[in-house]
Design a protein around this ligand. Structure first.
Ligand code: FES
Length: 110
């Protein structure tokens, strides 16, 4: 039986987990630390970034709202692909995330 004096100090010690090592992604050129399994929204939040898109009409800032893939407020450009829901995309080493303006196709329209 664990007493407060000999109980594990970290959740990973409780389950014997051995998570993969942390890695980095970039957001608008800024290097951010990420943990395996984190969504891109979670990585941004962890770095104190709450907004990574602007609205089409008024250019107002948006970030994660629902966190479950329903509201589309969290759209971001990930590795050059616009309109990715940051709350659903799992971060991968070396991902390049950039702020998305409007519909995310400003650089792609003819
Ligand atoms: S926060 Fe709502 S879809 Fe991602």
């Amino acid at each position: 039986m664990n007493s407060p004096l000999n109980s594990p100090s970290k959740p990973t010690e409780l389950v014997g987990a051995a998570p993969d090592p942390p890695f980095t992604i970039t957001f608008d050129g800024r290097r951010l630390d990420a943990l395996p399994g984190q969504s891109i929204a979670a990585v941004l939040w962890s770095a104190g970034i709450l907004s990574w898109r602007t609205t089409r009409g008024g250019g107002r800032p948006r970030g994660a709202f629902c966190g479950i893939g329903q509201c589309y407020d969290c759209l971001a450009t990930v590795n050059g692909r616009p309109n990715r829901r940051a709350c659903l995309v799992t971060a991968s080493p070396g991902d390049t995330v950039t702020t998305q303006e409007g519909n995310g196709h400003a650089g792609f329209e003819e």
